[in-house]
Design a protein around this ligand. Structure first.
Ligand SMILES: C[S@@+](CC[C@H](N)C(=O)[O-])C[C@H]1O[C@@H](n2cnc3c(N)ncnc32)[C@H](O)[C@@H]1O
Length: 268
């Protein structure tokens, strides 16, 4: 921790989980920390972040953002263990491509899809960098709970635009920024963090550390626009059926404010 570090509460789910310590934005350090996290502890945490789920309480089954993917070429950014690619393969996509910063996750995807008879093109790379993916090629590029890890949001959106055909769709989900500010406490919802604070921070989960930043919604919208996208649809509402089946403090919080957001944008 540096002299200038600030500590605050970190919010995950309904409430406070751990302490967020501000850190300098150093891309190499952040990539090192986060790939180690995803090579180890992170691999256990994929449950809500694979299609048909976009994250807590939001599902593709309800939103139907992809429509008919039969015969379409798809690329997932931050493909994790490959479950979302399999979901879209089951729906008839003609080509499945994935990229991820973690060697371990890429290997899991290769094994998971291979066992199910899906050939896939997989690349291990940070999403911020050019990594040999074809340009003007994909009908869909999508990302389920991975975009927020980027150290360069606008640059990553520009890379993604380059992979898409004209009029191709980009769909991504992440934690809603307001959700990261508010915790359930003694039956009330309490602000724990300033919505406008986009500083980078580290959080320790047991023996493992991850580093990220909570961006404002306007940062996502303006970066998409600068990278050549037009937003077609945005989802903030939690799905009633998913909240009923969860039935805890997190579901109560999700009735009062968005916890996951999904954006569908089109390359112009
Ligand atoms: C929540 S998981 C995604 C799970 C995935 N949707 C699935 O279906 O299994 C987030 C993924 O983002 C990857 N990631 C984190 N930082 C990244 C970066 N800078 N570039 C590329 N991938 C990154 C992690 O390695 C992790 O596999």
């Amino acid at each position: 921790m540096s002299e200038n570090s600030v500590q605050r509460t970190n919010v995950i789910g309904a409430g406070e989980v751990g302490v967020a310590v501000t850190v300098d934005m150093d891309t190499n350090d952040i990539h090192k920390t986060n790939s180690l996290f995803w090579d180890t502890k992170g691999a256990e945490l994929l449950g809500e972040t694979c299609l048909p789920k976009y994250g807590a309480f939001v599902s593709e089954e309800k939103c139907q953002l992809f429509g008919d993917v039969r015969g379409k070429k798809l690329l997932e950014i931050g493909c994790g263990g490959g479950h979302s690619l399999q979901y879209l393969g089951d729906r008839g996509a003609s080509e499945l491509w994935g990229m991820d910063i973690s060697e371990n996750q890429i290997e899991k995807t290769r094994q998971y899809l291979g066992e199910r008879g899906y050939p896939a093109n997989l690349i291990c790379s940070p999403m911020e960098e050019k990594c040999g993916l074809p340009e003007d090629y994909f009908d869909f590029v999508y990302s389920v709970y991975a975009i927020g890890w980027t150290t360069d949001l606008e640059g990553t959106f520009r890379q993604i635009a380059s992979y898409l055909k004209k009029d191709g769709a980009f769909i991504f989900s992440w934690s809603h920024p307001i959700h990261k500010c508010v915790a359930a406490e003694d039956g009330s919802l309490v602000f724990k963090k300033c919505y406008f604070d986009e500083s980078w921070y580290s959080v320790s989960l047991g023996d493992h550390t991850l580093t990220l930043s909570d961006r404002k919604m306007s940062t996502y919208v303006n970066s998409l626009s600068k990278a050549g996208f037009v937003i077609e649809q945005m989802v903030e509402e939690s799905d009633e059926d998913l909240m009923i089946s969860h039935n805890g403090d997190f579901a109560k919080k999700a009735r009062m404010l968005p916890v996951t957001f999904v954006i569908k944008a089109r390359k112009i």
